[in-house]
Design a protein around this ligand. Structure first.
Ligand code: ATP
Length: 164
């Protein structure tokens, strides 16, 4: 009898708890974005939207995005603050997405201003020459990834320097 009474009280208590419906929850209007590598933090601040190069393709994230974990590939992260868009090169890592926060743990990352344009141009032509060489000993996958890194770096370094 005592047990039944306790169960009954618990049920009444639970029935009185306010139910939090998804449509009642306020959507965040900004994303707290953090970009880090094992060596340093590149960015920590509030942004309006983020695009990340996941290993499955580019992922656009707005405030209120569903939580997810994704692997980062090679490409360029971009984030928007008002009408300004910033770019950061990234190579491998992980992304944690929450409705109001995105944490990007990149193995390697460089802000557009840190990219050495000449070095990236040289890396690109080196990779292209190797791919065109038809060398049977060529590590094709490795060279393709080197080319992709160079192209991604060039894309944002050229944007910055106004070169096409
Ligand atoms: P490279 O052949 O020129 O070294 P890579 O693509 O093989 O290019 P990574 O292995 O991606 O180079 O990077 C090695 C280190 O050099 C990293 O710390 C990276 O930040 C830096 N790095 C590579 N290329 C550039 C560049 N163009 N500008 C600035 N830093 C670069």
């Amino acid at each position: 009898m005592t047990d039944d009474g306790r169960v009954h009280r618990v049920l009444i208590y639970r029935a009185n708890l306010p139910v939090r419906r998804t449509e009642d929850m306020a959507l965040p209007d900004k994303i707290h974005l953090v970009i880090v590598t094992p060596e340093r933090q590149l960015f920590d601040g509030l942004v309006d939207r983020v695009t990340v190069p996941s290993s499955q393709g580019y992922l656009g994230i707005l405030p209120g995005h569903a939580p997810l974990l994704a692997e980062l590939g090679i490409g360029n992260i971009s984030y928007q603050i008002g009408d300004r868009t910033e770019f950061v090169f990234c190579s491998w890592g992980f992304a944690e997405v929450l409705p109001d926060r995105v944490v990007l743990l990149a193995q390697d990352a460089e802000a557009a201003s840190e990219i050495d344009l000449n070095r990236a141009e040289q890396a690109k032509s080196r990779a292209e020459k190797r791919l065109a060489s038809k060398d049977p000993g060529l590590d094709f996958a490795r060279t393709e990834l080197a080319l992709l890194r160079a192209i991604s770096r060039l894309e944002i370094a050229r944007k910055r320097s106004g070169k096409r």
